[in-house]
Design a protein around this ligand. Structure first.
Ligand SMILES: Nc1ncnc2c1ncn2[C@@H]1O[C@H](COP(=O)(O)OP(=O)(O)O)[C@@H](O)[C@H]1O
Ligand SMILES: [Mg+2]
Length: 270
């Protein structure tokens, strides 16, 4: 059959040029601490397609952050393969990982990790240093990014002048500034009250729906996972369940039902 004729044409890369944006095959991660080894991921295989919104769930210590570090090219699997957009990155060097990270991935964490004495605009601009563009273009992109999270009017505020929710939105703008295809968020609402958490989910849902951004979100809160389209449950380093989210919540429908804390956000957007 056809296979014979094509057998000489790079079978290993061809085999994975499919629709999956993320594909893990038998991924293990073992942290070697000298005296002990921690087997944090124990054979994880999964696929995430472009445009998905996935919640990663599981108890503390189940391997969620380890998984995110690997998906985010911050760390490599000990064994197994990670195909990112068709390319096996599991044996990439640190430099190669950094390059692909800058091109394809945006990160949001529980701690907002903003520089304190630096304006919102400058915080958002930081990751563009390596993008090889002019200072004017960098500022322009940072302003666009802030506008996408509804903070156009807060460009010159310092983190201390912003609420927790606004700081997290600045962090999301920073994650978006290099136009990633995937946004990885590790407990982004972990430090926020419930209304502010839903506001953050509103932003993530809009980016996913309106701009086709692929979102992978770690949370241990069931009600936050309800905003995703698909839930992955981890236990002891293994993927135990992979299910579509039923009765999915839509943040912009939920927000009007929640009490407002008289946040002055709206003023910043006009
Ligand atoms: N850098 C590390 N060095 C050693 N052990 C680690 C490291 N990061 C995580 N672990 C261990 O790996 C396991 C999974 O941790 P983690 O991925 O952080 O889980 P989760 O994010 O679900 O809480 C835990 O037992 C944790 O102690
Ligand atoms: Mg974690």
């Amino acid at each position: 059959m056809d296979e014979q004729a094509t057998a000489t044409e790079e079978p290993s890369t061809q085999a994975h040029s499919d629709a999956a944006l993320i594909r893990l095959e038998g991924v293990h991660k073992i942290y070697d601490l000298g005296e002990v080894q921690v087997h944090a991921l124990r054979g994880v295989s999964l696929e995430i397609l472009a445009g998905e919104f996935v919640a990663v769930m599981g108890a503390s210590g189940s391997g969620k952050s380890t998984l995110m570090n690997i998906l985010g090219c911050l760390d490599r699997p000990t064994r197994g393969h990670y195909y990112l957009d068709g390319t096996d990155v599991s044996q990439f060097s640190k430099v190669e990982l950094a390059r692909i990270r800058n091109r394809k991935l945006g990160f949001v964490f529980q701690q907002f990790n903003l520089l304190a004495r630096t304006s919102a605009l400058e915080n958002v601009e930081l990751p563009t240093i390596y993008a090889g563009i002019t200072p004017q273009e960098r500022e322009q992109r940072a302003r666009e990014s802030l506008a996408r999270v509804g903070l156009a009017g807060r460009a010159h505020h310092f983190p201390s002048q912003l609420s927790g929710g606004q700081q997290q939105r600045v962090a999301i703008a920073r994650a978006l500034v290099n136009r990633p295809t995937i946004l990885l968020a590790d407990e982004p609402t972990g430090n926020l009250d419930s209304r502010t958490s839903v506001e953050i989910m509103d932003i993530l849902q809009r980016l996913n729906e309106e701009e086709g951004l692929t979102v992978v979100l770690v949370t241990h809160e069931q009600d936050i996972a309800q905003y995703a389209k698909r839930a992955l449950d981890f236990r002891d380093g293994k993927l135990r369940r992979d299910t579509p989210v039923r009765d999915r919540l839509i943040a912009r429908e939920v927000l009007p039902t929640l009490p407002s804390l008289q946040d002055d956000d709206a003023a910043g957007e006009t």
